[in-house]
Design a protein around this ligand. Structure first.
Ligand SMILES: [Zn+2]
Length: 259
C-alpha cells in the first residue's frame, strides 16, 4: 500500500498518513443540502454552523490541532466514529506546506524544480489553480508570502489546518494527489530550497491560459491564497520531524502548546 492514490477510503488514507509520520486530525466535511442555499451551493459544512468560516476544514467537535496524532489506534477510532470526516494535518507539525496559487500546471512546477536540482516532493491539488507542496521545515520559520510572475507563493502558517487527499472541499472539488509520497523512506525536499526555486518560477508556457496534465485549461488569473494568516510561528522547531521518522510515533498523542 505504498501509493496513497490507491487508498479507497479516507480512514485508510488517514492510517497510511500515520505510517508516514504525518500527524492527522479528523475535520468537518461537506454534506449535501436538500436544496441549494441562497448562494446556489449544494454542499454545507457538517458542523451545521451557518456561515461557517472554514467550511469542511476545521476539527470536528471536541478536537483542536493539539489533538493531531500519528497514533494509529486513535486515528482508527476517530474515523470509525466519523467515517466521512475529512483528513487534515496542522501545518508545521509534521511538515511544512508551501501554497502555490498560479496557473502553472503541476508538471511545469516539478519540471522547474528538476532544473533547479531539487527532487520534487509530494504535491496536492488543493483547489483549482492551487497546489500544496509538502516540504521539510527549515529555519527561519516565520510565515512568508511572495508575489510570483503569475501568482503567489505562501508558506502556510503554523497550525493552519490543511486538507490531505482524499478530502473533499465545500465547493465539491476533491483534494487530490498530483504527486503522492514516493516511498515511506523518501525524504521531503528542503522547504527553503523549494521556496527559493518557486519564487523564480517562470510563467506558464501560454501567457493567457495554462493546460493541466489532463488537458483542461485554467484561467490566467490567480486568486488570493487561502492560508495567508500572519500568526507568528512557534519558536520551538524540535517538534518538526521527518515524516516516516520513527521518533514521531505516538508523539502526537500529547497536547502541544501553540504559543
Ligand atoms: Zn464548519
Amino acid at each position: 500500500m505504498s501509493d496513497p492514490t490507491d487508498l479507497p477510503t479516507i480512514a485508510q488514507a488517514a492510517r497510511h498518513a500515520t505510517t508516514l509520520g504525518i500527524m492527522v486530525l479528523p475535520s468537518h466535511y461537506p454534506i449535501p443540502l436538500t436544496a441549494p442555499d441562497e448562494h446556489g451551493r449544494r454542499l454545507a459544512c457538517s458542523c451545521g454552523q451557518p456561515g461557517c468560516p472554514a467550511p469542511a476544514r476545521h476539527p470536528i467537535q471536541g478536537l483542536t490541532v493539539n489533538h493531531a496524532t500519528v497514533n494509529p489506534d486513535r486515528v482508527t477510532a476517530w474515523w470509525a466514529d466519523r467515517p466521512n470526516a475529512n483528513l487534515a494535518t496542522p501545518a508545521g507539525r509534521s511538515l511544512d506546506i508551501l501554497e502555490l496559487a498560479c496557473a502553472s500546471p503541476a508538471q511545469q512546477v516539478t519540471d522547474w524544480l528538476d532544473t533547479q536540482g531539487i527532487e520534487p516532493g509530494p504535491i496536492i491539488a488543493a483547489a483549482p489553480n492551487r497546489l500544496h507542496l509538502l516540504v521539510r521545515g527549515s529555519q527561519p520559520t516565520t510565515p512568508r508570502a511572495a508575489p510570483l510572475r503569475d501568482g503567489r507563493l505562501v508558506r502556510v502558517a503554523a497550525d493552519t489546518l490543511v486538507l490531505l487527499p482524499p478530502s473533499r472541499r465545500i465547493d465539491g472539488h476533491p483534494v487530490a494527489w498530483q504527486r503522492p509520497f514516493a516511498t515511506r523512506a523518501a525524504p521531503l525536499p528542503d522547504g527553503e530550497r523549494v521556496w527559493e526555486a518557486l519564487v523564480h518560477l517562470p510563467q506558464p508556457t501560454s501567457s493567457t491560459t495554462g493546460t493541466t496534465p489532463s488537458g483542461s485549461t485554467v484561467p490566467p488569473s490567480c486568486p488570493p491564497t487561502s492560508h495567508e494568516r500572519r500568526h507568528p510561528r512557534p519558536a520551538g522547531r524540535d517538534r518538526h520531524h521527518h515524516p516516516g521518522h520513527p521518533r514521531s510515533a505516538r508523539a502526537g498523542t500529547q497536547a502541544r502548546p501553540n504559543t
